[in-house]
Design a protein around this ligand. Structure first.
Ligand code: HEC
Length: 205
């Protein structure tokens, strides 16, 4: 008998009898009223974090600016005077990149918190028919948490690659890590944001 059935049964018995067993039932019902250990654990877990921003917010205000800083850190342009490369030079340049790298890495943990909305109710697909609506994305995420987690972890690992290159002040490494980062973004967007567009086959989540 499940615990809730037990509680319900306890109520029925209490109505029907006034024998000694009432004592046991009352004790049992007190346990029901004070909450099952399993139930209170669940409640604690559900209320422990306070997911305030949406996934869209985290993308727009944390992940995207940090990734842009990484991609813009090494730029090669052709000018009339020849090829010109801009790259991080000073301690301050590298420190700024480190700040962005840690944001990228740890934002991934925020993306794994249960109960975070994909977007606010006012948000709608910018390209209907190509971009999914937030509600549709939410269903996809809820339906297959494992794939979501795997793709978030890919972003985490790409962020760690960026961090490693930054700590080593390795410009070439930063370029390679930037490519990996781009791939991690695309791998997730092509599943949840614009599936079927730009070409990953449907059967490769
Ligand atoms: C694990 C999945 C996942 C990864 C990885 C991911 N994104 Fe997203 N991203 C989403 C989802 C889902 C949306 C759609 C949310 C919405 O706008 O409704 C989104 C939307 C966005 C948006 C649009 C936000 C807006 O204002 O509407 C930007 C910009 C963005 N992502 C940038 C990035 C960049 C840059 C990366 C890689 C560095 C990245 N994302 C990696 C899932 C992901």
């Amino acid at each position: 008998m499940g615990y809730s059935q037990l509680c319900r049964r306890g109520h029925e018995l209490l109505d029907a009898t006034l024998t000694l067993s009432v004592v046991a039932i009352v004790v049992g019902m007190t346990a029901c009223a004070s909450g099952l250990p399993a139930r209170s654990e669940h409640t604690d877990k559900a209320s422990f974090f306070r997911p305030t921003a949406t996934i869209e917010d985290i993308m727009r205000w944390m992940v995207d600016p940090a990734a842009d800083a990484v991609w813009d850190a090494v730029v090669t342009v052709g000018t009339v005077d020849g090829i010109k490369t801009t790259q991080p030079e000073t301690d301050d340049d590298w420190r700024a990149l480190r700040r962005h790298a840690i944001t990228l890495v740890e934002a991934t943990n925020l993306l794994l918190i249960d109960g975070r909305r994909v977007a606010g109710t006012e948000s709608h697909s910018a390209l209907p028919g190509i971009d999914l609506e937030p509600g549709e994305i939410e269903l996809l995420v809820a339906d297959d948490r494992e794939t979501w987690t795997r793709l978030v972890h890919e972003l985490h690992d790409a962020g760690v690659g960026v961090m490693d290159a930054v700590v080593a002040t390795d410009v070439d490494g930063l370029l390679v890590a930037g490519d990996q980062l781009d791939l991690a973004c695309e791998n997730c967007h092509s599943v949840y944001w614009y599936p079927g567009y730009g070409g990953r086959p449907d059967d490769v989540p």
